[in-house]
Design a protein around this ligand. Structure first.
Ligand code: FAD
Length: 296
């Protein structure tokens, strides 16, 4: 894809409907000095011809400052469609409008609109303008012609009182104009299948991209599960218990587990999966290699 074609691509149009495809998530660095390293990550991932790459906003260890520059770079230099994340927690309309203006000036058309996690400090209070992602989505819709995605949680969002409340929140996102959803990571595909059925039962039929995170490091798993409230199924826990202290073995087992999850999703009719790469192109590459016949 060349730069002009690529910059016009809306994520809703490149979500695969007919054959297995992957997209990737990366996070920007904390300091500008490390931006070249992150660009190398993006470049290496682009070589696998993902349908798009998404760039987080102040999540996964990176800052929000370089999200838009990196998103623009992916489109212009590596010719891959890109999606910029944007959060609104603690932000007001003025700040969000400035972010949208910057995105427009950089040619960014795709936004994953999120609330963001509530900061741990006890003096935090919501801004008068945004409490939830659906409000951000409505504001973005008013301000420009963006393709908008949202987050969803097959296991339920940690703050949600019930599955029913969570589904209601999703309905609000769809009513606010979400074009597609990407899931929080999960390690048990049955949870995703049940969630999808529940959505369809409520008439919510927009594309949902399952988010798969290959866990290749035992230390990170406890932190990630604690933050996201994602439970570890016994089968995966056994892997961590057995191989957690052996980095090489853990990496191999984590890649194999993610590969199996992806194959099962494809086998059950899912065509598009979003891979949380944690900025590790070699891990994404190993998975793609395992799927070479399936993705061909
Ligand atoms: P919301 O949709 O606002 O939901 C938050 C909670 O409020 C939920 O419990 C929901 O059920 C409830 N709720 C929603 N609307 C209402 C309402 N109107 N009334 C009452 N309750 C309501 N975080 C980052 O900081 N940067 C990132 O780049 C980032 N990327 C992510 C990508 C994906 C795919 C996912 C799944 C998450 C990502 N996150 C990121 C984390 C996300 O910001 C947190 O999970 C956050 O806690 C919730 O964000 P949300 O957009 O789902 O919020």
């Amino acid at each position: 894809m060349n730069e002009t074609t690529c910059s016009q691509v809306l994520i809703k149009d490149c979500i695969s409907k007919d054959r297995p495809r992957l997209s990737f998530e990366i996070f920007p660095p904390k300091e500008w000095a490390k931006i070249e390293d992150t660009k190398k990550v993006a470049k290496a991932l682009s070589c696998y011809a993902p349908s798009f790459i998404s760039v987080t906003y102040g999540a996964g260890g990176g800052t929000s400052d370089y999200t838009f520059a990196l998103t623009q770079q992916i489109v212009e230099k590596y010719h891959v469609p890109a999606l910029a994340h944007l959060t609104c927690v603690g932000s007001d309309k003025e700040k969000v409008e400035a972010a949208l203006n910057e995105m427009q000036s950089r040619g960014i058309k795709n936004i994953l609109a999120l609330r963001g996690d509530i900061p741990a400090n006890s003096d935090f209070s919501f801004s008068k303008d945004f409490r939830h992602a659906d409000e951000l989505m409505r504001f973005i819709k008013e301000k420009g012609d963006f393709c908008i995605g949202g987050a969803c949680y097959p296991e339920g969002h940690p703050e949600s009182a019930s599955t029913e409340a969570d589904i209601e929140s999703l309905k609000r996102k769809i009513d606010a104009g979400a074009d597609f959803l990407t899931t929080q990571m999960f390690f048990d595909n049955n949870i995703f299948y049940t969630f999808r059925m529940r959505m369809l039962g409520k008439g919510m039929d927009i594309p949902v991209l399952p988010g798969i995170m290959p866990i290749v490091n035992a230390k990170s798993i406890k932190r990630i599960c604690a933050v996201n409230g994602t439970p570890l199924p016994p089968r995966f826990k056994a892997i961590v218990d057995r191989f957690g202290d052996d980095p090489k073995a853990m990496k191999q087992a984590g890649i194999a587990y993610a590969t199996e999850q992806i194959i099962d999703l494809f086998a059950n009719g899912v065509n598009h999966i979003h891979l949380y790469t944690m900025n590790r192109p070699e891990v994404a590459g190993a998975i793609i290699n395992n799927l070479s016949g399936i993705l061909a």
